[in-house]
Ligand binder design. Structure first.
Ligand code: IPT
Length: 985
């Protein structure tokens, strides 16, 4: 511990206090009739490498900064060519020495000159900063206004008396590191700067200082309660409700309630003597009752995401279009809730949540996780010197965001351990806003909270909690209290890289136990920073790409969206798993059951359509009339009786629920939910014409069999109808996913290590036997790694009929296997000209055993490029599930057809080894070949990059296996040699 030092020895940026000079925090509103001057745009900027590299003379009027660089505001200077961003998850990138910060403390001096508009009335005005990381000192026209910390929180200064009609100079000195940095250890890039707006706002005489809209909804009477407290007093008008009332007076009126599903807002106006503010009011009540979190008297279920603010070019300096885009993407993917991890978002985001409908847990800008590295010694939340800063942060969040119906809970912060400072925040918040429950995850005793919140608890434990039979807390009183609380997973299903797996199993728990009220996937978007490779292509950078001394690599890329906001397969899966309508079909009985899983809405907003497909081809389609079905209710529908149609191997019903009308977030026809179920069917007898061939030893060390030519020494396939083929070889390796790689700090989670130790990435293939006998060619291969005696004994049996070449593979494990296999299949190398893949099976997107709910049976087609999923750190991807047949073709249509029992298909322009070796997408270089893996089985994905691994049902344990494929050459318009030619060779 450092020696006690006198308080005056602390520089303002190291003082644990919140700052100096600011006005009391208050509500944020987007607009009013008071004038505003937006102070964004090009500012003058210079960067010093210490807090005191330059003196503060730049703040004086007349300072000539014309030689400085220009910097856009809002922005992070590290993304504008000055210094670099840096990423750590838990660890502070500086010594844990609170409240001191390193002498090397990048400090950006910002200068902006501005004139007032000609009609500026004079008088009071405030200067508002919506977000500055991490500490600033501000001067206007040479007068110091004060200092502040709290990066993602607003601050205002009174400036009216300092303003000049022309030539005002605003000077802002921003330090990257401050005492505030100890409170802002969120898992994200360290990116200093003025990253949200700076605004000058006129405060006319009698203008609103602050207001608090208290709105409730009584679901029994159908009435809303409304009282707006305002300083100074004034009037509130709500034309639609015929209200024109003084502030401070409560009224009760019949209303339609607000919810995330029906975000009913009433336009209103708050008027005081000096200001008119347009408001949008939503009536809703939040409460924990009988151990359940309820809104407007109904249990709600979070189908949520943790949202950081991120843009691959602008960092946390988001524009309004991006905020709206996030919400539209969420709504279109059935997401109904956001935890604003781990700081209050831009205030405009919450306006959009009110408007479009989203349950929000608003989280304070607070995380002290890095103290865990030192046994929580010196944790600010347990050190009274920091309590004023904690209370300041709580107040700035609550005051700013208190008027949003979308905000249904306050969260104290994230990963701070425990301490009296957190309790002080909770008490203050309860006092100020008793109408919202309080959330915090880091204290298992839940002493300060109203909900039992956990992160990454596995399925089994969540199920116990759901039954209220979890292991007890030592303190009986706290245990009883916690056991009566609703349970939410404030983080689960870590969406890093390929995954998460196991979403359906979590959803089943949420659907089963009243106490389990859903969760928030970690997290919404990958924080990859866009960079340009030497060849001009773009890729996304992650931790370590900026020369950081300490970093946590690609752990910063763990979102459901890629950095450019392209939905990942994980988001498509999540959309399916959380769909608000469950459709199940029973084709034998001719019935479909539709269950309404919305929190409050009925099914009137959806229309239901069906299609009937035979072997993936549409045969018939129509619509259902669905009776009024309230939340929690089900409707039974009759499937139409179809006339007998052409024969086929299989037929599927698909029932889809789509938006009946345009909404604010998607057009009519947008698919919300769907299901498929198979129709009972007599398989069509399939006559494969042609006679069986016998393998023949040909000259040049070759064996021919039907359309195929093999190497007589190795038994490897050489050509198929003239097309050169490499392999097939038994393949058990995949480029480990982030979930396979597990967590650094938890050895058991690191499956990829166990795999590499077992040698699965360096299997050798010893040809034991190549035998020609009767109608078949048999090749026996022992597949095993160096230095070990465990092996997979593999027998390939080849037969051919007409132009069809059939392969049967039998795998028998030998020796002691202690790990599951990544995959079990065969790999083929084919000419790179085979660039289109069409298949009948599950699609259109990738799927894995524990993430395949979103893949539906049909006929699909994609280029090989389109089959690749560009995970920011390259890894196993792109498998298509349940493939009955696939055709790999050249532009002229020639190529290869592969049939099988439903198999997994992966096709890529590079090898698994190249994929495994790549660190960024730009490292992946086309090999000129097409590498195809046909898998009998795959290991699931799990969520072990931060959470539970693969559930037992989705593990690929080593055991004997047998599977088969049939290869058929496709001629195309200018196809290769006809199979009969080969036979004659
Ligand atoms: C948890 C954090 O709350 C979150 O910010 C993020 O880091 C996430 O993990 C992983 O990406 S904390 C973890 C140690 C469980």
């Amino acid at each position: 511990m450092h020696e006690a030092e006198p308080a005056e020895a602390l520089a303002y940026y190291e003082d644990p206090g919140p700052g100096t000079g600011a006005l009391p925090p208050r509500a944020w509103w987007a607009a009013s009739d008071a004038r505003r001057v937006a102070l964004g745009g090009q500012w003058r900027f210079r960067l010093g490498d210490r807090a005191d590299t330059y003196d503060d003379g730049f703040a004086a009027p007349g300072y000539d900064a014309s030689g400085w660089d220009l910097l856009p505001v809002p922005s992070h200077w590290v993304l504008q060519g000055h210094g670099s961003p840096a990423y750590t998850n838990v660890r502070y990138p500086f010594p844990v020495d609170p409240p001191y910060v390193p002498t090397e403390n990048p400090t950006g001096d910002h200068l902006r000159a501005f004139d007032l508009p000609d009609d500026w009335p004079g008088g009071a005005a405030v200067l508002r900063f919506d977000g500055v990381e991490s500490c600033a000192r501000v001067w206007l026209n040479g007068t110091e206004l004060g200092t502040f910390k709290g990066s993602r929180l607003p601050v205002e200064f009174e400036v009216g008396e300092l303003l000049l009609p022309r030539g005002n100079v605003l000077a802002v000195r921003v330090h990257q590191w401050s005492s505030g940095s100890y409170l802002e250890d969120q898992d994200m890039w360290w990116m200093p700067g003025i990253f949200r707006e700076v605004t000058l706002i006129e405060r006319p005489e009698g203008a609103v200082t602050d207001f608090f809209v208290h709105c409730g909804y009584d679901h029994v009477t159908g009435t809303g309660t409304l009282r707006v407290d305002c300083e100074p007093g004034g009037t509130l008008t709500v034309p639609e409700l015929g209200l024109d009332i003084p502030t401070g007076e409560p009224v009760i009126v019949p209303v339609e309630p607000w919810s995330a599903e029906r975000p009913r807002l009433y336009d209103a106006e708050l008027a005081t003597e000096g200001e008119r503010i347009p408001l949008r009011i939503g009536f809703r009540s939040v409460a924990v009752e009988d151990g359940v979190l309820k809104v407007n008297g109904r249990r709600i279920v979070f189908r949520g995401v943790n949202r950081h603010e991120f843009d691959p070019d602008r960092g946390r300096a988001l524009d309004q279009e991006t905020m709206r885009e996030d919400l539209l993407l969420m709504k279109r993917h059935n997401v109904n809730a956001v935890r604003t991890s781990h700081y209050p978002p831009h205030p405009a985001f919450l306006d959009l949540c009110d408007e479009l409908g989203m349950w929000v847990i608003d989280e304070c800008d607070l995380e002290t996780h890095g103290f865990q590295e030192v046994g929580w010694r010196g944790n600010p939340v347990d050190d009274a010197r920091w309590t004023p800063a904690l209370l300041d942060r709580a107040a700035r969040m609550v005051e700013r965001d208190k008027n949003h119906p979308s905000v249904v809970m306050w969260s104290l912060g994230n990963e701070c351990g425990t301490g009296a400072g957190l309790s002080a925040m909770a008490s203050w918040i309860r006092e100020r806003d008793p109408a919202r429950p309080i959330h915090y995850e880091g204290d298992l005793s839940c002493a300060d909270t109203d909900v039992y919140s956990r992160m990454y608890a596995d399925h089994a434990e969540s199920e116990l909690i759901g039954r209220r039979t979890e292991a007890p807390l030592a303190d009986a009183g706290l245990d009883e209290r916690r056991r009566a609380m609703p349970y939410i997973l404030c983080e689960y299903a870590h969406a890093m890289g390929n995954g998460p797996g196991g979403l359906s199993e979590y959803q089943r728990i949420f659907d089963t136990y009243e106490r389990c009220q859903g969760g928030f996937v970690w997290e919404w978007i990958d924080h990859g920073l866009r960079r340009t490779a030497p060849d001009g292509s773009h890729y996304f950078a992650y931790g370590g790409d900026f020369g950081e001394e300490l970093h946590d690599g690609n752990f910063v890329c763990d979102g459901l969206l890629f950095p450019d906001r392209t939905p990942s397969p994980g988001l498509v899966e999540y959309k399916k798993v959380i769909e608000p309508v469950r459709i199940t079909g029973d084709a034998e009985r001719g019935q479909v059951t539709v269950t309404n899983l919305y929190d409050v809405a009925d099914l009137g907003g959806l229309s239901f359509r069906w299609t009937y497909e035979v072997d993936g081809e549409p045969a018939d389609s129509g619509r259902f009339e669905v009776p009024a079905t309230g939340p929690g209710e089900s409707a039974l529908l009759e499937l139409p009786r179809l006339p007998a149609d052409r024969a086929g191997d299989e037929a599927w019903w698909t029932v889809r629920a789509v938006l009946a009308e345009d909404t604010a977030w998607a057009p009519a026809g947008h698919e919300v939910a769907w299901a498929q179920f198979a129709a009972p069917r007599q398989p069509a007898g399939r006559a494969h014409r042609g006679r069986p061939h016998s393998p023949r030893r040909a000259g040049g060390g070759l064996i021919t069999l039907g359309p195929a030519v093999f190497d007589a020494a190795t038994g490897a396939l050489r050509t198929l109808a003239g097309t050169p083929v490499e392999g097939p070889r038994l393949d058990v390796w995949r480029a480990p996913t982030d979930n396979d790689r597990g967590m650094d700090w938890f050895a058991e989670s690191r499956l990829d290590r166990a795999w590499r130790t077992a040698g699965l990435h360096r299997m050798r293939h010893r040809v034991a036997r190549v035998a020609v006998g009767g109608d078949m060619l048999t090749v026996a291969v022992r597949v095993a790694p160096a230095a070990a005696d465990h092996a997979l004994h593999t027998v390939f049996t080849w037969t051919a009929t007409g132009d069809r070449l059939r392969l049967e593979v039998a795998v028998t494990p030998e020796g002691a296997w202690s790990v599951p296999l990544p995959r079990l299949g065969v790999r083929l190398g084919l000419p790179g000209q085979l660039e289109r893949v069409s298949w009948y099976g599950a699609g259109p997107g990738e799927a894995y055993p524990d993430s395949r709910a979103a893949a539906r049976i049909g006929r699909w087609s994609a280029t090989v490029d389109e089959l690749q999923t560009p995970y920011v750190r390259p890894q196993e991807n792109g498998a298509r599930a349940g493939v009955r047949w696939a055709e790999l073709t050249r532009p002229d249509g020639s190529g290869l057809r592969i049939e099988g029992e439903p198999f997994w298909l992966t096709a890529r322009p590079w090898t698994t080894e190249a994929l495994d070796a790549a660190a960024h997408t730009c490292d992946l270089v086309r090999s000129g070949r097409l590498w195809v893996t046909l898998d009998h089985a795959l290991q699931g994905l799990g969520s072990a990059s931060c959470g539970p691994g693969v559930l037992p049902a989705h593990r690929l344990d080593v055991r004997p296996a047998a599977f088969s494929f049939t290869f058929v050459p496709l001629g195309g318009t200018a196809g290769p040699t006809a199979p009969t030619d080969l036979e004659q060779q």
